[in-house]
Design a protein around this ligand. Structure first.
Ligand code: HEC
Length: 106
């Protein structure tokens, strides 16, 4: 008795979940390309650091450091010499991001 109604509740729940998922997918498909993405507001420098700065050492190596803007420029240059894969534009974004979050007055 109890288990049967529980089963029904689960079935209804599953059906509702599917309905919502389908509605969600349709809404996403209708979103114009120019709509702000879910990542809006996330610093592009952070995404680059997450991708390019953890292959050789832990992210803590970066986040524990404190450097002036000038020092970050030279650290990033050195990392590129070490083998970090960054375009010139990536390097600028990373430098700005790291100076903002892990800067020190200089
Ligand atoms: C190809 C390997 C490699 C990649 C990729 C890499 N690093 Fe490094 N990193 C090193 C090595 C080796 C050291 C230790 C020697 C040195 O300082 O050059 C180091 C040390 C550091 C240090 C500590 C030294 C200091 O002067 O504070 C920081 C900060 C740092 N890396 C930041 C970064 C950042 C930011 C990125 C991404 C843009 C990055 N690393 C990507 C190899 C790498």
């Amino acid at each position: 008795m109890f288990s049967k109604s529980l089963k029904n509740a689960l079935l209804i729940g599953a059906a509702l979940a599917c309905g919502f998922a389908a509605a969600g997918a349709a809404a996403t498909a209708d979103t114009p390309a120019s709509a702000p993405s879910a990542n809006a507001g996330v610093d592009p420098g952070k995404a680059i650091v997450d991708k390019a700065c953890q292959s050789c050492h832990e992210l803590g190596m970066v986040t524990d450091a404190r450097h002036t803007a000038k020092e970050w420029t030279s650290v990033i240059d050195r990392m590129r010499a070490n083998g970090a894969e960054l375009s010139d534009d990536d390097a600028k974004q990373v430098q700005a991001y790291l100076t903002k979050l892990y800067g020190k007055p200089g």
